[in-house]
Design a protein around this ligand. Sequence first.
Ligand SMILES: [Fe+2]
Ligand SMILES: [Fe+2]
Length: 159
Amino acid sequence: MTPIPWQHFLPTGDQAVDQEHAALFQRIVQLDQTWPPAGVLLPSALSELAAVAAQAQEHFRREEIAMLQQAYPGYWRHQSAHRHLERKMSRGCPGGEGEPLTPLTPLLLAQWLGAHIQAEDLPMAEYFRHYRTFKAEQEVVLTAPLQVNFSKIQRYISI
Ligand SMILES: [Fe+2]
Ligand SMILES: [Fe+2]
């Protein structure tokens, strides 16, 4: 068993994103605890690995939808980073592209996700914060009662 370094789990400040990251890392830690140190991989370990990859993929899709909804300018770069990670993970899964499974596979998963959070998810969450603040301010401006200075209008009318 390889201890999963929890420093890879970086909070982004976005509650929904962080909850999903925490759940993913928790799943990887569980995978690590049941992952055979060497030799024959049990089918249960392989199916748990596939489940982690599927959970990561679902998380990526939710981030992509949120990015599109909030007009994130880095969408395409971030989306392609997700696809790259999915290909790497599929290599470690049954029926994947054949990247060898090793005792370090769960640790690698944690490192890949940690690096992705740092490079892509942190700036995305930062943008989401600014975007929500901007939308909230815009809402206030657009819904504020129209202030009309009637005395000024009357002055113009009377001219
Ligand atoms: Fe991401
Ligand atoms: Fe993420």
